[in-house]
Design a protein around this ligand. Structure first.
Ligand code: FES
Length: 121
């Protein structure tokens, strides 16, 4: 296993991300809500740069007690990132596709040591 330098802790604030080069591919490293998440920057759809897309909370339908549709809201507790090629969404905490739970991005461990952040390949 190799450790790849990502950033100094002070330079990777909440909501930031970095794309780092590994031996044969790229890894996207996110800092979100005080935690780090890292995934292969290769979409499970057609290999697009999934970790480079927009970040936004999961959109959920609001259904009333009488089962009528009331619209949609953001679920701020579940952040997603969206592949810029065709819009596949991934859960920030798991890397699982929102549209197809059988698909996921390869996940990597992230460590913080001596004021620096590393991803373990
Ligand atoms: S390659 Fe990512 S959505 Fe198609």
């Amino acid at each position: 296993m190799a450790e790849i330098f990502v950033a100094h802790v002070a330079d990777l604030k909440d909501g930031d991300r970095r794309i780092v080069r590994a031996a044969r591919h790229e890894i996207g490293v996110f800092r979100h809500a005080g935690a780090y998440y890292a995934y292969a920057n290769m979409c499970a759809h057609l290999g697009g740069p999934a970790c480079e897309g927009l970040l936004f909370p999961q959109v959920v339908d609001v259904i009333a007690e009488d089962r009528t549709y009331q619209g949609q809201v953001f679920d701020e507790s579940r952040m997603h990132f969206v592949c810029p090629w065709h819009g596949w969404e991934y859960d920030m905490k798991t890397g699982v596709s929102a549209g197809d739970p059988k698909k996921r991005l390869r996940k990597y461990e992230v460590v913080e040591r001596g004021g620096d952040v590393y991803v373990i390949e």
